[in-house]
Design a protein around this ligand. Structure first.
Ligand code: ATP
Ligand code: MG
Length: 276
């Protein structure tokens, strides 16, 4: 999707309306604020292009919001932004810092700063047993073997799943595999957890259960979704369109504007605008 002048204007005015402890990067430059972590999440003019195609364009964000929503249509760049935020994908321009850590360059530091939960647990799981899967990140963080063992047991016990320690992951259901991923992320106790539509494939009780666990997690949540109702009560939200910020501000306002625009698009008969 090609950015229009209208998109740029919406983005500019929305940034000015930015809520709470939130500033635009251009303001930081004007004030000449240095590299100290003034905000938990800092993105500075992040660009990403692949094979000459711009997928993320000039994403800037600085926030301490405890609950942050990222809204966007299919193909708008949400998962790509999630991967960049988690340090899994290097941007071609700009800078990403979580809790002051450059998550691309400092991979060990990034493990304690940010965790990510994808929609499909099979894109995340790499080990054959639950215990090994939860252990991996902890060992990567530098924990010695005995500490890892204790920590894994404590994490499983917290969810009433100690019996899963030696369980073969391929014998678990998708919801159970998603719970394994969630336990693996929570075990590392990151300051920020990114949720890339992790409940899309789950039944209602399982989704409610995992949502409740996350709601009580003592960390910042960045929840990526195309459903504005999911994040309407959050503190802050971004609306991504064609890889750029179309709007950001208080979540309720962004959710409302997004929903109105999406319904308007959906009511058109023109199919050429489907999926960005
Ligand atoms: N590695 C890649 N190489 C080429 N193009 C890519 C790559 N990753 C993503 N894209 C493209 O970038 C755009 C954004 O993709 P992304 O997966 O981030 O969208 P999304 O908002 O998460 O979509 P959805 O809601 O369907 O999950 C898409 O057009 C996609 O084809
Ligand atoms: Mg996606």
């Amino acid at each position: 999707m090609v950015a229009s002048a209208r998109d740029d204007n919406v983005s500019y005015f929305s940034l000015l309306r930015c809520a709470g402890r939130c500033r635009t990067t251009s303001l930081s430059k004007v004030l000449n604020i240095g590299p100290s972590p003034a905000f938990l999440i800092e993105l500075d003019a992040v660009d990403l292009s692949v094979d000459g195609r711009d997928i993320l364009r000039g994403i800037s964000l600085a926030t301490d919001a405890r609950r942050l929503g990222i809204l966007g249509r299919n193909g708008s760049g949400k998962t790509t932004l999630a991967r960049v935020l988690a340090g899994l994908q290097k941007p071609t321009g700009g800078r990403v810092r979580i809790a002051g850590i450059d998550v691309v360059r400092d991979r060990r530091g990034a493990l304690g700063a940010v965790g990510i939960l994808f929609q499909n647990p099979d894109h995340q799981i790499i080990f054959p047993t639950v215990g090994e899967e939860i252990s991996f990140g902890l060992a990567q963080m530098g924990m010695i073997k005995s500490e890892v063992r204790n920590h894994v047991a404590q994490t499983l016990a917290r969810f009433g799943k100690l019996a899963w320690l030696e369980a073969a992951i391929h014998q678990l259901s998708q919801g159970q595999r998603q719970l394994v991923c969630l336990m693996a992320v929570l075990a590392m106790n990151p300051k920020v957890i990114i949720l890339d539509e992790p409940f899309a494939g789950l039944d209602i009780p399982t989704a409610m259960h995992l949502s409740r666990v996350l709601a009580h997690a003592n960390c910042t949540l960045v929840h990526i979704t195309h459903d504005p109702r999911v994040i309407a009560l959050y503190d802050h939200a971004l609306w991504i369109e064609g890889g750029a910020i179309a709007m950001q501000g208080p979540a309720a306002q962004v959710a409302q504007a997004f929903e109105t625009a999406m319904i308007e698009l959906g009511e058109r008969d023109d199919l050429t605008d489907l999926t960005g």
